[in-house]
Design a protein around this ligand. Sequence first.
Ligand SMILES: [Zn+2]
Ligand SMILES: [Zn+2]
Length: 361
Amino acid sequence: MFRRPRERAAPRATNSDMNADASAQILTLTEAGLYCPAGGFHIDPLRPVDRAVVTHGHADHARPGHRAVLATGETLDIMVARYGETCFGTGQALAYGAPLKVGDTTVTLHPAGHILGSAQVAIAYRGARAVVSGDYKTRPDPTCAAYEPVACDVFVSEATFGLPVFRHPPPQQEIGKLLRSLAQFPERTHLVGAYPLGKAQRVIRLLRDAGYDAPIFLHGAMGTLTQLYERHGVALGDLRPLEAADKSVAARGGVVVCPPSATTDRWSRRFVDPVVAFASGWMRVRARARQRGVELPLVISDHVDWTELTAAVEATGCRQLWVTHGQEDALVHWAQQARGLAARPLRLLGYAEDGEPEGAA
Ligand SMILES: [Zn+2]
Ligand SMILES: [Zn+2]
């Protein structure tokens, strides 16, 4: 579907207006979200479309019902695992860095460092280039390919943690808190709330890298995606489904990884006096941890913090910055005032609020 031949000639442009014309043809905003007129495709569309390029598998970016989907192989696998084989008409996998002609554009995918398979979408057209980041983080994460800065004219950035107050601590430091609590309360089960796609696998990997090699028990909602990570080569050590495990073992301490919502629902009552932990960038906000009854907040985020966000924008060398879900205004203000960039908030509804709960952040 994405390889169909060109149907019309590209409009002619003179040298002087080439860049302005090219920018408008590369990206525009429609009701369904970001659209590339020159290529004839949407990016992370909010409703079913003919041709979608999908940055990653989180529910607010990867929605079912498109006729054709272009994404990394990992993202296509994640979509099928979550929504079933019929969630799109045709799926075409594109490897990181491999160029593909789409309409009059050339599309490449570049690692976004957010979760397994996550990609930034670079669109080249007539000497101009736009990059749509999707969600991203720039610090190393052994469960996915490392973020790669891509030079561009127009950069579309998320701003989930786009306020100067957000500074994520090193994740190893947060995992250290969990390990100290395990040592201090060996008889109490540690319920670690973590979003089932990405965060859960990263927390497990961080525990392993810190030397924790005991079995880790998984809530039933964790199995499919965790196995998918393992199939894609992410080693996670000794994992056991909680339902099949000897409950008396699981209840006598150790780590149980579960969706964030499970720590407050009926399911959690089977544990006697558990330590409730929650891994999310939002745990930086003390009130959120208190509201959810979280005893052990772990500030582990799959998004850039303010320092990383502004550094990432600068590294692209972009002249135009479009800001999407999150704290849009602060980043727009910074881009205009501190960097002299043309910047605009996109105010797209539908990202993060409904599809992807705060646990994914
Ligand atoms: Zn995401
Ligand atoms: Zn998102």
